[in-house]
Design a protein. Structure first.
Lengths: 98, 1338
């Protein structure tokens, strides 16, 4: 059994691909996460990964993220902010606070 | 999909599964689907409870139970019992419980049974168990009684613990009583035989020589075949197959016995004890511990009985020595009489021919010596029981009056009145005439000696059956404090004014012995300054006297030979007694000393002077003249001027320099004529000058003139000398250089240095030889030289070398003759007092220290310090030889081991081991040692002294005395040690191994001094709804009684909490229970129910001190609401309840008053102090904090009262064990998130912790269990006020992170380090532990 994780794929008004993840990402479902990212890359060179509804992300998730770091822009909530900063991803991340 | 009907068992875990497997359709209850709601509810309550419960329902009372009951009680009957009729399940105890269930079902009222004995078959054997349980009725949906629910609390440990404790307490109930070995074994047997449950029978064997002797038995006849010692060959368990063994309090005999040694400290065992074992209990650690403690009691009893026996034997040996001494004394006194007779006989004969006063002196003193020897002889006869009295009927009035008349002349000469009032008595009195004379004469001579005015009276009367003789005086009287010792042998009242200082102190003692030989009594009444009355009562008749000791009435006149010495002695005390005078009546001869180097001149001068009536002595030179003058005190010195050695002029100078001879006149004879020579002689200090040749008439005229002149001049000097010599104290005069220039005779008596050695320049020869004593005297001497007056007590050395202590006082005065300043001093010998005071204070110091010692080690340290201070020793060693390798060494310096000592020192100490006990051995220089008994073996004590410090006979006596006390003291401390051990063992048995819910820490400490278990307790109860009941209580009193009450209250409170889950109601119900339980009244209890999820606490306090809550920021709350009276004290209203929410990471403290109550301090002071301690420790782990609170709050001497303590920190730690599967990470995270929320942790920290822990768990899953599929991972999280402490433990081994091989794992560790304050990874054989610590933002 793996941890709950769902994905949505949309286009934002300027037409770029937005992959939204919701749930928690750990070693049990990191492969799913990696697959979703691979999938998004196949649809375009760059995409936005919206992590605002991700409540947990650990190094297994980060490991899936790193191969795409030059092609992705991250959007995250304050919860994941510090982690992404520590992981050296602050430059590709927008922290959304509301 | 599961079937609906079995949902009723859903919450029951394994028991629920087994219940659903029961074929219910074959029971009267039918399928669960058809069960009424009431049954379903009852079953789910049952299954969800963690407290042991069983229930029975329906016509056959079908049996249900929960997991706790299965574990504690049902044992191997599970799962067979489920669904069976209760009667079958509990067939073996149905006779006990059947009627109770019947009562519940017929009346609808619950039952309550406390500590009921049930023999259960649950562990493969019939087991003795105790349960407290209550049966309460169960009703169906219509309200009809259809079953019952039983809540059980197993109390086997408590009941059995209390029983064993009681036996051990009884065994040790009177350790101080002195018993023989036999009495001790009888006593121990009586105590052991009262516990026939743990000891169905017991046998005590003692080793004797090569054999073994049965010394005691309980529960079994001493003639039983099983008492043969060969049946018990070795230590340990013995299987029994005899079927005729006694059964104790049980239906069947023991099947096993245990052989326990009776251990001797530092020696081979005294013997062994065979304990028949209770077949209904397994021989676990507690049981074995109990038997070993019991055997230890018996062994220590044997030890003290044997040591008492040894002491008694020693005392007998001493008594025997005393008897031998008396016999010797008696013989020697007897031997005196023969020579005395041979002196006195010829003397009488001489006196009849010669009237010489010298003979009178000899005669008087011969009589006196004879009287003394007779008195001593009488004493030794009485002591040896050989006094042969010959009782004859005597007219006591006439005889007494006749005896009295002998004294009349002496008494009247003393100027005293004398009344003799002896009217005839109605009948004769049986007395031994000789003894009676001694009685009356002694009393009369005593009266005369101490009476200076008034009268002496002798009276004889009849009073009832007694003849009463009273001797009354108006003398100085006897001080009240001396009265008890008045008749004591050799006791003399110091400083009493009397006519004579003579006396041996045996007169009155002899009188009493003699009167008692007549079956009579003697009493004294006295008032100081008013006089003394001695009253003798002699019974009439002869019935009180031994048969065969009677003589015919003699009726002869009294023998004056008895009276003579008394009267003669008394007369010598009186001033009117004519002094012996030269028969011619001339003045005593004057002593003239002649010094001349010419023998013819000497002869001529002496002959001429002698013929003129002088006593003349001659010497040949000045030096001899000086010595003779100092020793003999001549009235005139006639000296030649020219002499060899010291000439006349030097002689005069020397004479004038010495105060004793300064005034002795000197008449110079010289061949040198001329004015200058005579002036030279007179200037040198001579009194007169005569030029050779001279006529005899001229010389005699000059001599007479000088002697008379000197007599007039010397009158006041002699008066002073006589005065000084008559002083009871030693007297001395020091000149301004500190030389002693004058002494009196007492000085010589005390120090052995006589006037012939004067002057004695400082440092005086009596200064002690050792450095320390020398310094003391030198200091005192410096004071004497510098101050005008003073006093001091100092050590001095007698001429023969022995050590004395004197108390001296001095004054500086101006010598009127010389104008010089001199110091005049007196001193007395206080050696005996000094050593007595020294002994007393050393003993007192030692006793105090020994009584305060907490342990044997403590006691040893104190003892060595006392010895060191006593002798100002450089070091003191104590070595205990216990037959195992090197002796255990204690010294006054820390950390010195046996092997550190020099070989010589080891040898000296080792040699002590074979010395007789308590017999000091002193080395010439260096030190002294003594051997004594330490509880662990023979102990050698060695005192290393500073160089040249003497170890005198007095020191040896003191050392022996101290060693005796030390031995006893150490033994006492050792017994206390053992008692403490016993008490703690028992307390563990009573409080039991409490299974604490997470987040709690508890402590219990007994009162330290005297060591007492008490009535304090703590308890936690997990309730059915997951809340936790917490209780701290305090029963009145100490000891077994309080502990028993405590045990019952604790059980009752537990059961009531489970039933009520409400603190106020629980306490109200406990009130009713307390009212029926003797000793439970006025117990105080704090009872609370805590929700560990929310921190909500409902509580009620029955007179208990308030709980203390410390917030993470250090603020403190007192839980002082919800208060009412102590248990069982009637209150008008219901008990109040208060509510409180324990904030996250706050610490809750419950305690009993022993923790905070101190004498002369308000309770609030103690509460404030403990609150401060918790405040400071709020960041400490809970167990460490509990230990710290007990240590910080304990007074220096330990707690006066027992203390129970309970700490809770909210929330309790989180503990999760989960399989190493990635799918478990999410639920673990969810649990951790909830827990962190309870801890009040902010979201950022929460997220950091979640990620860090998630990484650690992921690592454990990936690496820790790579080769171990079914391994579990453990996560533990705990909070203090400002930190979170998390650990993740697995069973595997991590590899050093290798980013190349596994990039993101390495990143995981980096993440942990980035997110946490501290990360530790430790890998061992058992697995890997990751420790994470996060600071909580304030």
């Amino acid at each position: 059994m793996s941890t709950d994780l769902t994905f949505t794929t949309t286009r934002d008004p300027d037409g770029s691909l937005v992959v939204g993840a919701a749930g928690e990402i750990d070693m049990s479902n990191a492969a799913e996460f990696a697959a979703a990212l691979e999938d998004a890359r196949r649809q375009g060179d760059a995409f936005v990964l919206d992590l605002t509804r991700v409540e947990y992300l650990d190094s297994a998730g980060l490991a899936a993220l790193f191969p795409h770091v030059d092609h992705v822009h991250l959007v995250a909530g304050p919860l994941l902010g510090p982690l992404l900063t520590i992981a050296g991803l602050a430059d590709v991340t927008t922290i959304r606070t509301e | 999909m599961r079937q609906r009907p079995t949902d009723v068992f859903a919450g029951g875990g394994a028991v629920g599964r087994d219940l659903s497997a029961v074929e219910w359709d074959k029971t009267p209850l039918g399928e669960p689907a058809g069960w009424p709601q009431s049954l379903r509810t009852a079953v789910s309550i049952l299954l969800s409870s963690r407290f042991p419960m069983w229930m029975a329902w329906g016509p056959e009372l079908t049996f249900f139970c929960n997991a706790a009951y299965r574990r504690d009680t049902l044992g191997s009957k599970y799962p067979w019992a489920l669904g069976r009729p209760a009667r079958e399940v509990w067939a073996e105890i149905w006779s006990d419980i059947g009627p109770r269930i019947g009562t519940v079902l017929s009346t609808g009222e619950a039952t309550w049974d406390e500590g009921l004995l049930l023999l259960l078959e649950r562990s493969g054997y019939t087991e003795e168990t105790y349960h407290t349980f209550s049966y309460s009725p169960l009703r169906d949906d219509d309200g009809a009684l259809v079953g019952m629910l039983c809540v059980v609390s197993e109390e086997t440990e408590r009941v059995i613990g209390a029983r064993r404790m009681s036996t051990l307490r009884d065994l040790g109930s009177d350790p101080s009583a002195i018993r023989t070995e036999h009495e001790m074994l009888t006593f121990a047997g009586a105590q052991l035989s009262r516990n026939r449950r743990d000891l169905p029978f017991s046998l005590i064997y003692l080793f004797e020589g090569d054999g073994v002797r049965l010394a005691g038995s309980t529960g079994i006849a001493a003639t039983h075949p099983a008492t043969d010692p060969s049946r018990w060959p070795a230590e340990g368990l013995v299987t029994l197959q005899d079927d005729d063994l006694p059964t104790g309090d049980w239906p069947d005999p023991p099947t096993q016995a245990l052989r326990v040694p009776l251990l001797q400290q530092g020696g081979s065992p005294y013997g062994f004890m065979i304990c028949g074992l209770n077949r209904y209990r397994a021989l676990d650690d507690n049981y074995r511990g109990f038997l070993e403690l019991a055997a230890r009691h018996v062994a220590s009893g044997v030890a003290s009985a044997r040591s008492n026996e040894a002491q008694r034997r020693r005392a007998e040996e001493l008594a025997e020595l005393d008897r031998a001494k008396t016999a010797f004394f008696s013989n020697i006194s007897h031997e005196f009489r023969t020579p005395l007779t041979l002196i006195m006989g010829p003397l009488e004969e001489l006196r009849s021919r010669l009237a010489d006063p010298e003979l009178d002196v000899i005669h008087r003193n011969g009589l006196r010596l004879g009287k003394l020897v007779n008195a001593l002889l009488d004493f030794s006869r009485i002591e040896a029981g050989r006094m042969q009295a010959r009782y004859e009927p005597v007219d006591l009035a006439a005889t007494t009056s006749e005896l009295a008349s002998v004294f009349r002349s002496a008494i009247e000469r003393a100027g005293l009145g004398f009344q003799v009032d002896c009217p005839p008595l109605r009948e004769d009195v049986y007395v031994d005439r000789g003894m009676w004379e001694k009685v009356v004469l002694n009393l009369l001579s005593n009266a005369l000696k101490f009476t200076f005015d008034g009268r002496v009276r002798v009276g004889v009367r009849e009073e009832g059956d007694h003849a009463v003789v009273r001797v009354t005086d108006t003398g100085i009287g006897v001080p009240e404090q001396e009265m008890p010792r008045l008749f004591e042998r050799f006791h003399r009242i110091e400083n009493a004014r009397s006519r004579s200082n003579e006396g041996s102190g045996i007169g009155l003692a002899l009188v009493r012995e003699l009167v008692e030989l007549h079956g009579g009594t003697i009493d004294a009444e006295s008032a100081v300054g008013a006089g003394t009355t001695f009253t003798i009562r002699l019974p009439f008749g002869s019935g009180h006297l031994p048969a065969g000791a009677f003589a015919e009435a003699g009726g002869e006149a009294m023998a004056s030979s008895t009276a003579d010495p008394y009267v003669a002695e008394a007369l010598r005390w009186l001033p009117g007694e004519p002094q012996p005078q030269p028969p011619s009546g001339d003045a005593p001869k004057s002593y003239v000393l002649v010094a001349d180097d010419n023998a013819d001149m000497r002869d001529y001068l002496t002959r001429m002077l002698r013929s003129a009536g002088y006593r003349a002595e001659a010497v040949a030179d000045g030096r001899s003249a000086l010595e003779a003058a100092r020793a003999g005190n001549p009235e005139l010195i006639v000296s030649d001027v020219m002499m060899p050695g010291m000439d006349g002029l030097e002689l005069v100078a020397a004479l004038r320099a010495d105060s004793r001879t300064a005034s002795t006149p000197v008449l110079f004879l010289s061949a040198r004529a001329g004015q200058e020579a005579s002036i030279e002689g007179l200037e040198a200090g001579a009194d007169d000058y005569l030029v050779k040749p001279f006529s005899s008439a001229e010389l005699l005229a000059r001599v007479r003139a000088n002697v008379e002149l000197a007599r007039m001049r010397g009158h006041h000097t002699r008066w002073r000398t006589a005065l000084v010599d008559s002083l009871q104290e030693a007297f001395f005069v020091c000149d301004e250089d500190g030389a002693v220039i004058e002494i009196n005779s007492t000085f010589t008596d005390v120090l052995g240095f006589g006037p012939e050695g004067l002057p004695y320049p400082a440092a005086h020869p009596w200064w002690p030889g050792d450095a320390e004593g020398h310094q003391q005297v030198a200091d005192a001497f410096a004071g004497l030289m510098e101050q005008t007056r003073g006093s001091y007590t100092i050590p001095v050395q007698h001429r023969d070398g022995h050590r004395l202590w004197v108390a001296a006082a001095f004054n500086q005065v101006d010598d009127l003759d010389t104008g010089r300043r001199v110091a005049v001093g007196t001193f007395r010998d206080v050696t005996a007092e000094h050593y007595a005071v020294q002994r007393e204070s050393a003993l007192a110091a030692l006793s105090v220290l020994l009584s305060q010692a907490e342990s044997l080690t403590d006691a040893m340290q104190s003892v060595l310090q006392v010895l060191r201070e006593q002798w100002r020793a450089t070091r003191v060693y104590a070595a205990v030889f216990d037959d195992t390798g090197s002796p255990a060494l204690t010294t006054t310096e820390p950390a010195v081991a046996w092997d550190d000592l020099s070989e010589a020192r080891r040898g000296t100490i080792r040699a002590l081991r074979d010395k007789p006990l308590l017999t000091p051995a002193a080395e010439q220089t260096g030190g002294a040692g003594v051997t004594l008994e330490h509880p662990d073996g023979t102990m050698g004590l060695w005192i290393e002294l500073a160089e040249n410090r003497p170890f005198t006979e007095q020191d040896q006596t003191l050392l022996a005395l101290l060693a005796g006390h030390i031995g006893q003291g150490l033994h006492r401390v050792h017994q206390l040690d053992q008692q403490r051990e016993t008490a703690l063992e028992l307390q563990r048995a009573i409080l039991g191994p409490a299974q604490l819910p997470p987040g709690f820490a508890v402590r219990y400490a007994p009162a330290t001094r005297p060591l007492k278990v008490g009535g304090d307790w703590y308890d936690t109860v997990t309730l059915a709804d997951g809340r936790i009941g917490i209780v701290v209580g305090d029963c009145v009193g100490h000891g077994l009684q309080a502990a028993t009450v405590m045990g019952q209250l604790r059980s009752a409170c537990r059961a009531l909490l489970l039933q009520n889950t409400d603190p106020a109601q629980t306490l109200t119900a406990l009130d009713r229970f307390a009212a029926q339980l003797p000793g439970a009244m006025c117990a105080t209890v704090f009872c609370g129910v805590l929700d560990p999820a929310t921190g909500e606490l409902a509580y009620s306090s029955a007179g208990h001190p308030p709980a203390v809550v410390t917030h993470p920021d250090g603020a403190t709350d007192l839980l002082d609401q919800g208060r009412s009276r102590p248990l069982g004290v009637r209150a008008d209203s219901a008990r109040p309840e208060a509510r409180y929410v324990v904030p996250p990471r706050a610490t809750l403290l419950l305690y009993t008053d022993g923790l905070v109550e101190r004498r002369r301090q308000p309770l609030t002071t103690g509460i404030d102090k403990v609150a401060a301690v918790i405040q400071q420790g709020r960041a400490t782990g809970l167990e460490d904090l509990a230990t710290g609170v007990m240590a910080d709050m304990a007074p220096e001497t330990g707690f006066d009262d027992d203390v129970a303590l309970l700490l809770y920190r909210h929330p309790g730690p989180l503990e999760i064990d989960f399989p190493a599967e990635a799918g478990r990470l999410s639920p673990v995270r969810s649990a951790l998130r909830t827990w962190l929320a309870r801890c009040g942790i902010d979201t950022t920290t929460t997220q950091n912790v979640l990620v860090a822990v998630g990484e650690a768990c992921a690592n454990a899953i990936e690496h820790g269990h790579r080769f171990q599929a079914d391994g579990l991972i453990r996560l533990r999280a705990a909070a203090t006020a400002d930190h979170l402490q998390l650990t993740v433990t697995d069973g595997g081994r991590w590899k050093t992170p290798d980013p190349a091989a596994n990039q993101h794992r390495g990143r995981g560790l980096a993440l942990m380090r980035a997110l946490m304050t501290e990360v530790t990874v430790s890998t061992g054989a058992a697995g890997t532990v990751v420790g994470l610590q996060a600071r909580i933002r304030g």
